[in-house]
Write a protein of this length. Structure first.
Length: 157
């Protein structure tokens, strides 16, 4: 057996024991249409410390700023520290991460798109680990989306 054949055999053996990559996280995607202008929706969304008043009233019951983060209290009693990653006024996109919880990883983004002068599409995406929390997080996002729609539409009237 030549050196080249031996190297190929060793490589083939090593590759045969490598397990295939399996995703252990979840990407949760929500979209909603809001009967409010894109300017008004973005103004409320980018007001990071007022999420409980201007964006998701009732779903978020308290919020306080703490450095680069906001500490939010939800209606169900849970508390999360949401660190602001980026806020882009050009693309109307806000990104945050939740730290210090049982989630190994959390990254979420909101982005808004005009659907006319007084209608806005809100896209909310969260990527999380572990996957077994996906159902809970998805349910929370559904409640949050309902609260956002109600809050944004009532403030525009």
């Amino acid at each position: 057996m030549t050196h080249s054949t031996t190297a190929k055999s060793v490589l083939a053996a090593a590759l045969s024991v490598v397990a295939p990559m399996v995703a252990t996280g979840a990407s949760i995607h929500k979209e909603l249409i809001v009967d409010a202008s894109p300017a008004d929706v973005w103004d409320a969304m980018r007001d990071y410390g007022e999420v409980h008043k201007r964006l998701a009233h009732g779903f978020v019951v308290d919020c306080r700023l703490d450095g680069d983060a906001r500490v939010v209290t939800f209606a169900n009693g849970s508390v999360a520290r949401e660190v602001l990653v980026s806020m882009d006024d050009q693309t109307h996109r806000l990104v945050y991460t939740i730290v210090g919880t049982r989630l190994k990883h959390h990254n979420a983004s909101f982005q808004i798109f005009a659907e006319g002068d007084n209608r806005t599409r809100v896209v909310w995406i969260a990527d999380i680990l572990p996957n077994d929390l996906a159902s809970y997080i998805s349910g929370q996002m559904d409640e949050g989306a309902r609260a956002m729609k109600q809050t944004l539409e009532s403030h525009g009237r």
